[in-house]
Write a protein of this length. Structure first.
Length: 792
């Protein structure tokens, strides 16, 4: 090839290379790149490249975008597609560089905001990632969050060692700064005229206010004219009765108004004025008066015991719990998970922390041991794990029921208060309705612990002083009174300490004032037994099985009137609460244990339920009979493993933290649930009581159990005012009929202890039934059986 030909070819190639690409093709290329990238990201599945629409290449391309931008990867794609579409239409975008800079600022700001959101609400962030990024997770298995905004922005936000955004500006400050940048970039990108918009809104508001004032002024003017016309009509001269022709007066029906004949004489001036007069505007005032009268009647009905119009206390009566900043919680738990794995590895146990659950006060690590590792080997290292984690106490669940994992529970580094108000609001919004709802607290995994007392059907609460037992009782009472009317659930309370439950005496839910004396408690329990028997007799005559069937029955008044017993329209539930069982058992164990056992065995079907609380869970207090009939129990912190075994039949309660930390044994299962009890303040209790008592006074069925022992138990009074033993009459009959009086004789016949038998002997001597003691000889019986029959 000659030199001249080579020059000519080179010149032709240079001319072709200098020819620009068509804007249409360039725009089409932009749109195709944006669309393909969008599909790659949308079909991205972590670790599964074969599921991507473009295979391994698409998987890698999407991985780069998600790694850099996270969820904001779609924003540059939209901008690229918009630029390409403009070029395809032959309309090159104006201010391309300026808008590209705004897009970059918007992408970066949203990336940081997404990472702030993920750090604050890890559970919701995971759900958002699942919907948008097809279960894409950048974090390790045990981490609590994902990088929603991409790795670079997350590195700037939290992982720079010294001066990251979280440390310099705090979480709230970072959110405010980058929210402002996001708003600025959007306003600049779309050229929002913010000042003009605000001016238009202010002008529109002034115009609306001016129109409202004009309408109000016109209305006042019309009302003033109506009042003047009314006064004119009142001051008009009356027509002369003698000169006015008489008309026949008759009742006019609505259909006859068109047929009424006009009077023969012309109407007087006053009548003409009256025809044009409009009555004064009193309709609103009359309707308000009627509404006030109806409200007063409804309030009076509630006051008189008709609770149809009774209003439950609102949530506004309660205060919300204070939130505690938990910005460093994630890093601390990740570090503790690493320490836990290293500790187990140092003892030759190959295990991995699979999941971390952080509750209000307890953090739980789910440990997956390798094949061949014995579970008891991990449980034996409880003290060593507590030492390495520097935990106050530790509890190991080996294994977790229903999971192939071992649970390690330690105190949370950032404890939170469990708000009773939030739990009550969640229960009411759920739509689920329990017969006797009991709000207890929040479990380690964050689930609400709310149960139904009618399904339990009885409950034992035990724990040392200061463990949260009294607060738990208060939350139970508040759960009942804030969800049930006084004619639906009645309360019966025993408070030997005289200070814990006495404020509830003024509730209309109460059967009687709070009982404070042991004899009154015996009387109340015996009254509950008689009420149980009466209800069973009523159900028997009506052919019903339980209280639920009774309340749902179709009332047949003719049939019910033929029965020998009064049949109420509805049967209310009864909840008996005994605050300190140990004090009652010390005074008269046999008188207390028997009625409790009978009620626990039989009273479920008739709607009578018991809640027993004690701070001394010994075998003398929680006896075998009581324990067998109370399957549902709550254990707060106790002093020893023996006490824990008595309450929940296993160890663990001695390792609790106190202050509401509990182990809950639900009905129908042997799996314990660890939870933090809900907390309600005394001010909230007083506010709720004020709201309830303002609607209705107390409606006691029994005036006072502390003053009715004679009527219920058949107890007499000695001359000095001291109460006789409840078995005095039975002892008197036994001694007089047998003509034998000794302490051991009464022990055998009445099956009581020596101390009580000796006390009854002293009472018999003081009443003149037997003579004084004569050494080892038996006492002389002064009353004969004939005398006893005559004076019975």
């Amino acid at each position: 090839m000659s030199k001249k030909q080579r020059k000519k070819r080179k010149k032709k190639l240079e001319q072709n290379s200098e020819k620009p690409i068509s804007p249409f093709l360039e725009g089409l290329a932009y749109c195709m790149i944006a669309a393909l990238t969008w599909f790659c990201i949308s079909t991205f599945h972590h670790g599964e490249s074969e599921l991507n629409i473009l295979g391994l290449a698409g998987y890698s391309w999407a991985y780069i975008h998600i790694f850099l931008f996270g969820l904001t990867a779609y924003i540059p794609l939209l901008f690229l597609a918009w630029v390409g579409w403009k070029k395809v239409l032959g309309q090159p975008p104006e201010g391309f560089k300026r808008k590209a800079s705004y897009i970059a600022l918007l992408t970066f700001s949203l990336s940081v905001l997404f990472n702030v959101y993920a750090d604050s609400f890890s559970a919701y962030a995971a759900g958002l990632s699942h919907k948008v990024l097809s279960q894409y997770h950048f974090s390790a298995d045990r981490e609590l969050t994902i990088y929603l905004g991409g790795k670079p922005s997350y590195y700037l936000y939290e992982q720079i060692p010294s001066y990251n955004f979280l440390r310099v500006f705090n979480r709230v400050g970072t959110a405010l700064i980058f929210s402002s940048l996001t708003f600025f970039s959007l306003a600049a990108l779309f050229e929002w005229k913010i000042l003009a918009f605000l001016q238009n809104q202010v002008a529109a508001y002034k115009e609306r206010r001016k129109e409202r004032d004009e309408r109000k002024l016109a209305l006042n003017r019309e009302q003033a004219e109506d009042v003047e016309t009314w006064e004119l009509e009142r001051s008009a001269p009356r027509p002369n009765l003698e000169t006015t022709p008489k008309r026949e007066i008759r009742l006019i029906e609505a259909s006859e108004t068109d047929e009424v004949e006009e009077p023969s004489s012309p109407p007087s001036q006053a009548q003409a004025q009256k025809a044009n007069i409009k009555p004064p505007p009193r309709k609103t005032q009359e309707s308000e008066a009627i509404e006030k009268r109806q409200a007063a009647l409804m309030a009076q009905a509630v006051h008189n015991g008709d609770f149809e119009n009774y209003q439950l206390p609102p949530l506004s009566s309660l205060t919300s719990a204070k939130k505690i900043e938990q910005s460093s919680l994630k890093r601390v738990l990740q570090h503790q998970a690493t320490v836990l794995e290293e500790t187990l590895e140092s003892f030759g146990i190959d295990a991995k922390v699979d999941q971390i659950n952080c509750g209000p006060t307890i953090a739980s690590f789910e440990v997956l041991p390798s094949v061949g590792v014995k579970v008891q080997k991990i449980k034996a290292l409880e003290s060593d794990i507590a030492l390495n984690l520097r935990a106050k106490s530790i509890r190991i669940i080996a294994p977790i029921p229903g999971k192939a994992a071992v649970g390690v529970e330690i105190p949370s580094p950032c404890p939170q208060e469990v708000s009773f108000k939030e739990m009550l609001a969640s229960y009411q919004k759920s739509g689920k309705r329990l017969m006797i709802p009991i709000i207890l607290g929040k479990a380690v995994n964050g689930e609400l612990v709310i149960s139904d007392l009618s399904k339990m059907p009885h409950l034992i609460i035990a724990g040392a002083t200061g463990s949260g037992k009294s607060v738990c009782i208060n939350t139970i009472v508040m759960s009942i009174v804030m969800n049930a009317k006084p004619d639906e659930i009645k309360l019966l309370m025993v408070d030997p300490k005289k200070v814990e439950l006495t404020p509830y005496s003024k509730l209309p839910h109460m059967i009687a004032p709070v009982i404070t004396e042991p004899p009154g408690a015996c009387t109340a329990l015996n009254w509950l037994v008689k009420e149980m028997e009466r209800r069973y007799e009523l159900l028997k005559q009506l052919g019903l099985r339980n209280i639920a069937a009774f309340n749902k029955r179709t009332v047949n008044k003719e049939t019910e009137e033929t029965l020998d017993i009064d049949v109420p329209e509805k049967m209310f539930y009864i909840v008996g609460i005994i605050d300190e069982l140990a004090d009652l058992m010390m005074v008269s164990a046999s008188d207390i244990e028997g009625p409790i056992a009978r009620i626990a065995q039989m009273a479920r079907a008739v709607g009578i339920h018991l809640i027993l609380a004690t701070q001394r869970p010994s075998r003398e207090v929680i006896t075998g009979i009581i324990k067998a009939n109370f399957p549902t129990r709550i254990a707060f912190k106790v002093a020893s493993r023996v006490n824990s075994q008595i309450i929940i039949d296993e160890n663990g309660a001695e390792s609790l933290l106190g202050n509401g930390d509990m182990l809950f044994l639900p009905p129908g299962t042997s799996n314990l649930t660890r939870a933090q009890g809900a907390y309600i303040r005394d001010e909230d209790i007083n506010e709720v009581l004020k709201h309830i008592c303002s609607q209705s006074p107390t409606h006691y069925l029994i005036s006072s159990f502390d003053q009715m022992e004679d009527d219920v138990l058949g107890m007499g009074k000695q001359g000095g005012g001291e109460q006789l033993d409840s078995l005095y009459d039975q002892a008197y009959t036994t001694v007089v009929e047998a003509q034998n009086a000794s302490t051991t004789f009464l022990q055998r016949k009445l099956k009581i202890g020596y101390a009580r038998a000796a006390s009854i002997m002293d009472q018999l001597e003081q009443e003149g039934v037997i003579g004084p003691a004569e050494g080892s000889k038996g006492r002389k019986v002064l009353h004969s059986s004939r005398y006893a029959e005559e004076n019975n």
